[in-house]
Design a protein around this ligand. Structure first.
Ligand SMILES: CC/C=C\C/C=C\C/C=C\CC/C=C/CC(=O)SCCNC(=O)CCNC(=O)[C@H](O)C(C)(C)COP(=O)(O)OP(=O)(O)OC[C@H]1O[C@@H](n2cnc3c(N)ncnc32)[C@H](O)[C@@H]1OP(=O)(O)O
Length: 292
């Protein structure tokens, strides 16, 4: 396979687009269009499949710059001839630990707003992309990390890791757009309600049984092979119709989100700044440190 790192001359436009009008326009909603810091992107010339590797040690915790970078890469890939995207992690233990909680602790309102808007934009971009998306979950993925995995179309996970949405455990409600995303994967409302209210975290093997992930792979290499096989299973001639069909399935969720985007931001800002939530967040961060 002739994979290229960062340059996409045959498939076009990805990196040229960082300075194009579209990239500048997009930067308005996904953060500044500075060069990638926290991800690497490679595209296989033969298959047109891109692999975006999350690389923000130690936990791939999501801050605004990181989320903006992921969202911009997706938008750029949409403009190239890429057919599919594999999301994975450079870490051997953690796919993504969700929002960077250190940046949510005792932060200015404007900073918190930037984080939440970036999270909203990232969700919208990934959930609505016409690209065929696969999350290759080669480590733990919780909260915002669970969001990345669940917004993708297909999930391949390595054994012995954790996946789930644990927001109620950190004292906060799960937003409607994430409930809709969860239901798109686990349509059994009772199970979904139980999982999200109880902050249920699944081990890989149980996640497979529950339908939260689609396959387990023994290694990252095997997972990559399976991800390529999944994306390649869609014949080229079906891609446009496929993308329209995917969009139709997700349209209602996207519209609900757009209708409530501002309200969702206000709820987050109000909750995250509450003294009891901040105090709990401080303790939670200490507990993460003490584990080391
Ligand atoms: C307060 C919540 C804010 C808003 C939510 C409100 C509502 C919205 C609801 C849903 C929308 C979706 C968005 C959700 C918001 C979030 O994402 S909140 C994030 C919640 N995340 C977590 O609770 C994960 C915490 N981490 C872990 O459980 C474990 O680290 C993990 C299982 C991922 C990996 O375990 P392990 O391999 O043992 O690693 P360590 O625990 O040792 O961690 C390694 C280092 O990474 C640091 N770290 C881990 N997680 C975070 C994090 N989220 N932010 C910042 N830093 C993190 C950890 O401290 C270690 O650092 P060190 O090596 O000690 O320096």
């Amino acid at each position: 396979m002739a994979a290229r790192i960062m340059n996409l001359p045959k498939h076009g436009l990805c990196h040229l687009m960082r300075t194009s009008a579209l990239a500048r326009h997009y930067a308005g909603s996904t953060g500044s269009a500075s060069p990638p810091q926290f991800t690497t992107l490679s595209v296989d010339d033969k298959t047109g499949i891109a692999t975006l590797t999350l690389n923000r040690p130690p936990a791939n915790a999501l801050n605004a710059a990181f989320m903006g970078e992921i969202a911009r890469s997706i938008k750029e890939l949409e403009k190239s001839k890429c057919r599919g995207l594999i999301l994975t992690s450079s870490s051997e233990r953690i796919f993504c630990a969700g929002l960077d909680l250190k940046e949510c602790y005792q932060a200015e309102a404007s900073h918190l707003q930037g984080i939440w808007v970036a999270l909203q934009n990232l969700w919208h971009t990934l959930y609505s992309t016409p690209l065929i998306t696969v999350a290759l979950i080669n480590g733990h993925t919780v909260a915002g990390g669970g969001m990345l995995a669940l917004s993708s179309e297909y999930r391949i996970m390595l054994p012995n890791f954790k996946i789930g949405i644990n927001e109620t455990m950190v004292g906060l409600a799960v937003p409607m757009w994430l409930i809709d995303t969860y239901l798109n994967v686990i349509p059994n409302r009772r199970v979904a309600e139980w999982d999200l209210t109880a902050s249920r975290i699944y081990k890989s093997e149980h996640a497979l049984k529950a339908g939260l992930v689609d396959e387990l792979a023994a290694s990252k290499e095997q997972g990559l092979e399976r991800a390529v096989a999944f994306i390649s299973s869609y014949p080229k001639h079906s891609l446009v119709a496929r993308a329209i069909t995917k969009r139709q399935f997700r349209e209602k969720d996207l519209k609900n989100f757009e209708d409530n985007r501002q309200h969702d931001l206000e709820i987050f800002l109000s909750n995250i700044q509450k003294p009891n939530v901040q105090s709990y967040l401080g303790e939670y961060l200490e507990s993460l440190k003490k584990k080391a």
